[in-house]
Structure formats: C-alpha cells, structure tokens
Design a protein around this ligand. Structure first.
Ligand SMILES: [Zn+2]
Length: 447
C-alpha cells in the first residue's frame, strides 16, 4: 500500500496546522487550524464573515489546494485538541470534504461552537465523538486510534493511523505529563506497544515547538505548586488581586479557583472566552467548580460584577480574567487602561499564569499592558507557568519509545526545526533519507 503525507499547514509557522495522510485510496486529515497572529495583526477582522480564499491569501488558514494532488478520498478530519491553531479553520475548509470530523468529546464541542458562529459557510460534516483509547475503522486494513496525551488543554490525543505498512503517529501537541491536574497521564505504554506491533511505526510527525529547549517540560503539578506558592503568599494582602491565564487551560483555571477560595476570596471568571471554555468543560463534567463560581462574558454582566466587587471590597474577590498576552480588547488590558469599573490601586497584585508567546506582536502588546498596570501601582507576578510542549528530553523519550522509520518535524518554522533536526540526526536519522524537513504545500511518499 502506498503511503503519502501532505504537509499542508504549520510547517512554516506555529499556527494553521494541517496534515493529510493517504494510505492507498484513503485519506485522513489531521488538524485544520488558524494562524491567529495573521488575523489579529489586522484591526477589526471578523473571520466569521470571510471567505476561505481570502483567509488563505492572508496566511490565516492552511492552503489546502495541495489536497488535489492526493489520489484518494478523505475519510475523516481529525483535530487533535481544541486549540485554535488546530481547529480554527474547520468552519472554513471542512465543507469541501465529504467526511466526518472525528475528535474527543471536549474538542468536538468546541468545533460545534465554532461551526455555529460561522457566517459564511454552512458546515454540514458529521461530528463524531471518539474517546482516547478507542479505534475506528477507516477501510480494509486501515484503522484510526486515539492515544491519550497531556497538553495545556483537556482531552488531547495523538491520533495513530494503523496501515499494513506500519503506523503513522501524528504527534501534535503534547508534553509527557505523569501527574496532570485534570485527566489521565500520557499513555506512554501504548506508544511503546505500537512500536512493537506488526510493522512498527512507519512515520512520526512531531510538534517541534520547544525542541531547542534543554531538559524536560515540567508537569502541570509543578505549575500548580508554583501558583499555590504565589497565591498563598498574598493571603494577608487586603487589596485587589487579579489573575490571568489561557482561558482554554482548564486545569490552570481550576487551580486558580481553588487557591482563591483557600485564601478566603471569591473567584470570578471574567471575559468571553473564560466563560466559553470553563462553561463547556463544566457542562461536559471534565471539572467541578464551586457552585457559587460566577462566569461572565458579556460586557454588561462583567461591568455589573466589577461594580459589585468595588462596592463589597476588592479584598473579598479574585477575578480571573482574559488578557495574558496583552490582547488589546481583552479584560486585563481594558482594566489596565481604566476602561472597567475595577480600580487598580498601588500595591495590587496581578498574576500572569502564562508565558508571553515569543512573537513580536505578543511581546509588544504584553509590554504595553504590563506598563499600564504598573503605572497604576500594580505588582506583577510573571511566568507562573509550564509549557504544554515537549522539550528536548521529551522528544528523545518519544523517539526512543516509538522507534519510527521516518520522522517529520512540524509545528515550527525552518529555524524552529533546527533543534529537532539536531536531536534526530544524533539518533541516526539522516536528512532526506528518513528525516524529512519540509515546508507547507508538499507531499512526501514513504513507500
Ligand atoms: Zn495546542
């Protein structure tokens, strides 16, 4: 059976991930993501109303025209987890394929919400839930399996396409976490088993985000401990404390909510995406929040909450808000600009349970947001965070567990691949023989 891999998006950037694998006559697409930085750089771009081709030209969504080079029928579209750089283009591209979207329950729910807010295209693809550990038949001899992995969003998996020629493991995105705060540890046993089955692993497509960083990515349990230390240290402070983190990072939000309670403050989630992700996670029973936890997304209810906080006393609350990257329209940025009823006073604490995404736009916006907060006297607690991506030793562990015949670095640009290429070369892989460094819009034929 001929196996071909199309590297469609996310091979020249972190964002707009999309890869297709053809096994004989059948094609499975992994991820269909958005490159948010290409959207945010334009003011007032409403992607909901935009056409696919315009978004492709902007570099915001994958240029899937290379799909016409693949001689086969698409049988499934498989997003690995709910981050926008993996699901954000489904509403713009999925309707071109007569295939269901197959993903874990939390991811499917986020895809559904995205399709519902789409205004340009009617997306009719079936949405099929498949849990980690389950398999689905694609065709004779070809099967799709979901292996549980750990990442900065719940319900993440690595899909594995079993073919008669060996398995294709699509490794985006993960870290090796044996003590995640929500959900099961990464299923390393299953990866090792897959390496030993039949023809082993034919190809491994890997998330190279942090491949140039030494050592091991710490567990979410470490971030939780760090966060606990920071929040507990503020127990005697009688002014305002505000925290921000990735709204899709449910484990982190859960820790923040718990520690706020521990120091006698009422946590409250503010901002549209805070309400969206945490509300969805709670509805699907991934997390149990205190019954009195308020979540507010709409401007009016947010303002009302801030007014109540100012009236009751800031020392009684801990708002958990959007804006960890200094996004101009996010809550914390608006608080810094004095656009909300919440007054930041001298000595108030602001906790960033996040890292600045190392990209000039983010860095600039975050700098500006922090400046505004500092000008009002806020004390900043930065980088209370661990990454969701593997560092070098994690990559080494994965290569050791899977023993793939071919490796394909992804989820970075050419410069970002270098750390991974270096590691793989030291493990005996050779460029253009079994180590395939590529760009967007190419195909690789494996046998
Ligand atoms: Zn991700």
């Amino acid at each position: 059976m001929e196996i071909e891999i199309a590297t469609i998006g996310g091979y020249e950037e972190v964002g707009r991930q999309m890869t297709a694998v053809r096994a004989g006559d059948d094609v499975v697409i992994f991820d269909m993501g958005l490159n948010l930085s290409q959207v945010l750089i334009h003011d007032n771009v409403e992607t909901e109303q935009m056409h696919s081709l315009d978004l492709i030209d902007m570099g915001a969504i994958p240029d899937d025209r290379v799909m016409s080079d693949l001689e086969g029928d698409v049988q499934a579209i498989v997003p690995t987890h709910g981050h926008l750089d993996h699901i954000g283009a489904i509403s713009k591209l999925a309707h071109r394929y007569n295939a269901p979207v197959v993903a874990t329950p939390f991811t499917i729910e986020l895809v559904k919400q995205q399709i519902e807010s789409e205004q340009k295209f009617g997306v009719q693809n079936d949405l099929i839930k498949m849990a980690a550990g389950e398999t689905r038949r694609i065709s004779d001899g070809v099967e799709l399996e979901f292996v549980n992995v750990t990442h900065s969003i719940i319900d993440a998996i690595n899909p594995v396409l079993h073919t008669p020629e060996g398995s294709i493991v699509y490794g985006l995105d993960k870290r090796i976490d044996h003590t995640p705060v929500i959900g099961d540890p990464i299923d390393m046993d299953r990866f090792r088993q897959i390496a030993r089955e039949d023809n082993g692993v034919l190809a491994y497509i890997e998330d190279c985000t942090n491949a140039s960083k030494k050592g091991r990515t710490p567990s979410e349990a470490v971030a939780r401990r760090h966060l606990k230390d920071v929040i507990y240290s503020m127990e005697d402070y009688d002014g305002g404390i505000v925290a921000t983190t990735f709204s899709s990072h449910i484990a982190r939000v859960k820790s923040l909510v718990e520690f706020a309670k521990d120091i006698g403050r009422q946590p409250v989630l503010l901002g549209r995406s805070m309400e969206k992700y945490s509300g969805t996670a709670e509805r699907l029973d991934f997390v149990e929040f205190p019954e009195d936890l308020g979540m507010f997304g709409h401007r009016k209810s947010v303002d009302r909450t801030f007014k109540r906080i100012m009236k009751d006393g800031k020392e009684k609350y801990l708002p958990i808000v959007t804006g960890h990257q200094g996004e101009p329209r996010a809550m914390l940025t608006r608080m810094g600009r004095g656009e909300t009823p919440y007054d930041i006073s001298k000595g108030d604490k602001v906790v960033f349970s996040a890292r600045v995404i190392p990209e000039p736009t983010n860095k600039g916006q975050r700098y500006q947001s922090e400046r505004l907060l500092r000008m009002q006297g806020a004390r900043i607690y930065d980088e209370v965070h661990v990454s969701g991506h593997l560092n070098r030793e994690g990559h080494y562990e994965m290569l050791d567990a899977l023993q793939p015949q071919h490796v394909i670095p992804a989820h970075q640009d050419m410069k970002g691949f270098s750390g991974y290429v270096d590691l793989a070369a030291k493990q005996g892989y050779k460029l253009d023989r079994d180590l395939h460094v590529t760009t967007n819009g190419n195909t690789i034929t494996l046998n």
